[in-house]
Design a binder for this molecule. Structure first.
Ligand SMILES: *Cc1c(COP(=O)(O)O)cnc(C)c1O
Length: 500
């Protein structure tokens, strides 16, 4: 429960919110309905309500206030700075939102005849064109619905390519220890075994260790670049050569593409496939469980195996290929319909409104902002690796040594200061990680305010304020939750009398 001295339990104008079921008052009603006329009881084939549904009875203002107050308890990119590393929480231009809401785009139905949706197919085809252009890759599968889904799609293409060559026995996938958890999970879902590769002291893949793991049963390497330590894999060309030399493919996790857009064409790095998180790099509000999109670009070696559907330029305009086609060997389909269309619209609007100079500037500014954070915080926090970073700055918990304060306590104290915490305890390759990604959309003022708070908290921690940190957050509607219990045993249904 929240701890407060007020009579009501409320804190300032923050209302202590009950569940809507607890607010309900039997007999209370929000609308006046006319008395029903004689009811034809047989219209439901004899199925009749036997007991109350258990829905709460409330007035209209009660309902409006309840949901408005709940919405105000959310913290989002529209309310404040959100330095969550790896997730790229950045401002979504309202222009992209406006375009996505145009009725001609928002009100389409996936079953409409193709000749009535030529404009929509042009959006898909136009976005595919720019994704191929920005990566230098010859093909792209547009339908995956998230980054992890794109990983799975790319791995399925790799599996099909190996099977086609009679090399279906390649079942091992190499994954660096710093990888995002979705990488090994996607490989496992494809039926592969996962073999971890260690990092060197400089935070990059250990090329010798990688070479030692290569063999005739390796299907591919999954590498993130820039990696999850915020570092460019400087030996990536050597890595690609080694992988290809062993007859395996090179998968790149492109979630951090926002650090290199307009600067590096991934085709030049020897990559065979890479998913792009449209919702991270190319705008789209995410993080609340909303839709994302993970189009996966493919090299010539994998292009034929791309899943359906895809758009081609046919005799009568644009056509959506939904089945087998001369010369192609699609491994199947990964999603109903045609992909996350609303996200495509936002991404295309973003790309076209930024232009090539704008995209290049966005990735440069993202890297500049992260290096600014790293430079201004390195004397009080402990930066994990020497030298400049890419779009995110990684610190570990050495600066908290002997203070009695943990990374978790530090993050909770940030909440009291009005900031969403950075990513904690990821990547796993450093102890007690604090991963900060400011993105290009934050101003120097915002970063300076954040820096002042982090510096202040670091000073407090070192001055022996462990008790204060342990009891944070104090200013939130709830204090520390049992996150493990909540994840393992979530209570998702309200039951009458359970008081939960
Ligand atoms: C976000 C992320 C993913 C997964 O993407 P989703 O869209 O959340 O499925 C994979 N790898 C990295 C490095 C990421 O940051």
């Amino acid at each position: 429960m929240s701890e407060t001295n007020s009579i009501s339990g409320n804190k300032g104008l923050q209302i202590e919110e009950k569940l809507i079921f607890e607010l309900g008052n039997p007999g209370c009603i929000g609308v006046d309905l006319p008395e029903p006329g004689p009811v034809d009881l047989d219209r439901m084939g004899g199925v009749r309500k036997r007991e109350p549904f258990g829905l709460p009875d409330l007035s209209e203002p009660q309902v409006v206030r309840h949901y408005t107050r709940l919405s105000q308890k959310n913290y989002g990119i529209d309310t404040g700075f959100y330095p969550l590393g790896s997730c790229t929480m950045k401002h979504n231009p309202r222009l992209s939102e406006k375009v996505a809401r145009l009725p001609g785009l928002a009100d389409l139905h996936p079953f409409q005849p193709q000749k009535t949706v030529q404009g929509a197919l042009e959006v898909i085809d136009g976005l595919a064109h720019w994704l191929k252009e920005l990566t230098g890759m010859p093909a792209v599968a547009m339908s995956p619905a998230a980054g992890a889904h794109g990983e799975w799609c790319g791995l399925m293409a790799i599996r099909s390519a190996h099977e086609d060559k009679g090399e279906g026995h390649r079942r091992r996938v190499l994954v660096p220890e710093s990888a995002h958890g979705t990488n090994p999970a996607s490989a496992a879902m494809c039926g592969y075994t996962v073999d971890p590769i260690p990092a060197k002291d400089n935070g990059r893949v250990d090329l010798d260790a990688l070479k030692a793991k290569l063999g005739p049963d390796v299907a591919c390497l999954m590498l993130t670049n820039p990696n999850t330590c915020g570092l460019f894999e400087s030996e990536i060309i050597e890595i690609a050569k080694a992988i290809h030399g062993a007859g395996a493919y090179f998968y790149c996790d492109g979630a951090n593409f926002n650090a290199i857009v307009g600067r590096v064409k991934v085709a030049d790095l020897g990559i065979d496939c890479m998913h792009i998180n449209l919702h991270k790099t190319f705008s789209t509000p995410h993080g609340g469980g909303g839709p994302g999109a993970g189009p996966t670009v493919l090299s010539d070696a994998l292009a034929d195996y791309a899943p359906v559907p895809y758009v081609v330029h046919g005799k009568n305009g644009l056509e959506l290929v939904e089945g087998p086609r001369e010369g192609a060997k699609p491994f199947g389909r990964v999603k109903g319909y045609h992909g996350q269309f609303g996200v495509f619209v936002r991404a295309l609007a973003y790309i076209l409104s930024m232009g090539s100079d704008g995209l290049r500037q966005a990735s440069s500014d993202a890297v500049l902002n992260a290096n600014y954070l790293q430079a201004r915080l390195s004397d009080v926090l402990s930066a994990s690796f020497e030298g400049p970073c890419m779009h995110e700055a990684l610190f570990d918990d050495r600066f908290l040594k002997d203070s009695g304060v943990t990374t978790l306590d530090f993050a909770k104290a940030l909440i009291d200061e009005g900031y969403h915490p950075m990513t904690m305890y990821f990547p796993l390759v450093v102890h007690g990680a604090l991963l900060m990604e400011p993105t290009e959309t934050e101003s120097k003022d915002t970063l300076d305010q954040f820096i002042a708070v982090v510096r202040g908290l670091a000073a407090k921690a070192k001055a022996g304020a462990a008790e204060e940190f342990k009891s944070a957050p104090r200013n939130t509607p709830r204090r520390r939750l049992d996150e493990t219990l909540a994840a393992r045993t979530p209570v998702l249904r309200w039951k009458a009398g359970s008081n939960q």
